[in-house]
Design a protein around this ligand. Structure first.
Ligand SMILES: [Zn+2]
Ligand SMILES: [Zn+2]
Length: 384
């Protein structure tokens, strides 16, 4: 298929506009309004309000299967450091994860397919809010995404620094890890720092806990099954001569395997309740199950692979990429409906800045590749 230059140019303009007015999860009001206005101008049925700022555009052309294509639309609380014309105009908010690229690519696909109906069936364009941490995908599902818009398959993409421009990557299996968070409260007994024996020191207990938590990964989980436990915050105390009453530790747990995930939760909980008492301190853990593993269904993986080979050539399709320990709430969708998720290369001659970096800017040269893969996928899954 040929994507004409005017459309590609238009998509780049949308991308820059969206980049300049980024909005945080569930507050994507302007972004959502822009998406609605564009979809309506293509003659696509628009449904608002799923997951608050979420939008679903439906394009039906005759009888056939129904597929969903997801783009995430939210930005991050980062102050942009790029010196570019389309720099964020919102303080401490920027599209540092490339969702501006995902959104404009999807709008381009919607426009293309509304003008070139070489398919038979229905496409739902799912514009999802709040991918970053807040689980907007789950909110759309809870608001009835799959009941109001029943679909046979669902697909998602993410741009991927480290992957060469012009290529995509899709695995027959896991792409992104599960994601949980925890908050540990250690309660001791405050005292004069010079007389520690009169109190119970939550900082000493916390330090021991942080060190011992890593033994869960190194000694108790199979070395053949990856897992990460990271303590990312430790807050306690106010001054140099007081042992405080409390210490709070926070962190995250990642894995690719449901059993490993459960074991890590159980072992962490066991350690938090049994180790601090050796210091006269009590430990309590609040464990939050967040995003599931993003793992590709075999048939849906095959569909993306075949569509991408047709659109780009076999040498541009990587099917054995190392999965990432980062996570993605698209997993909630692909848990409910047969689905798969792929990465879009953005490394040109100069490598892309990392995701979530204050100097990241989506590589517009990846737009054509993204549009081609989506269109190819729709035309093959809904073939006439
Ligand atoms: Zn992100
Ligand atoms: Zn992202």
């Amino acid at each position: 298929m040929l994507i004409n230059k005017e459309l590609l140019e238009e998509i780049k303009q949308w991308r820059k506009l969206i980049h300049s007015q980024p909005e945080l999860g569930f507050n994507e009001l302007k972004t959502s309004a822009f998406i609605i206005q564009k979809l309506e101008s293509f003659g696509i049925d628009v449904h608002k309000g799923l997951g608050g700022t979420g939008v679903v555009g439906t394009l039906k052309n005759g009888e056939g299967p129904t597929i969903g294509l997801r783009a995430d639309i939210d930005a991050l609380p980062i102050e942009e450091k790029n010196n570019i014309e389309h720099k964020s105009t919102h303080a401490n908010c920027m599209h540092a994860c490339g969702h501006d690229g995902h959104t404009s690519i999807m709008l381009g696909v919607a426009k293309y397919l509304s003008e070139n109906k070489n398919f038979s069936g229905t496409v739902h364009f799912i514009f999802q809010p709040a991918e970053e941490v807040l689980g907007g995908a789950k909110k759309m599902i809870d608001d009835g995404l799959f009941e109001k818009f029943p679909m046979d398959e669902v697909y998602g993409l993410h741009n991927w620094p480290g992957l060469t421009l012009g290529e995509i990557a899709v695995n027959n299996g896991p792409m992104m890890a599960s994601f949980d968070t925890f908050e540990i409260t250690l309660t001791g007994k405050g005292t004069h720092a010079a007389m520690p024996h009169l109190g119970a020191d939550p900082i000493a207990a916390g330090a021991a806990l942080i060190t011992n938590i890593q033994s869960i990964i190194s000694r108790r989980i199979s070395p053949l099954k990856p897992g990460v436990i990271s303590v990312t915050q430790m807050n306690s105390g106010d001054t140099t001569n007081v042992i405080p009453d409390h210490a709070i530790l926070k962190g995250t747990v990642r894995s690719f395997d449901m059993d490993v995930r459960q074991s890590m939760q159980d072992m962490l909980t066991e350690m938090v309740t049994t180790l601090p008492p050796l210091y006269g301190v009590t430990g309590k853990i609040d464990y939050h199950i967040r995003y599931p593993v993003t793992t590709n269904n075999h048939d849906a993986y095959q569909a993306i692979k075949d569509a991408a080979v047709r659109a780009l050539g076999a040498d541009k399709v990587n099917t054995a990429v190392e999965p990432s320990m980062a996570s993605e709430d698209f997993s909630f969708m692909s848990q409910k409906v047969k689905g798969a998720y792929f990465w879009l290369g953005v490394d040109g001659q100069a490598p892309s800045k990392p995701l979530h970096n204050a100097r990241y800017d989506f590589n517009d040269n990846a737009i054509e590749v993204g549009v081609k893969v989506w269109v190819s996928l729709v035309e093959s899954q809904l073939s006439t």
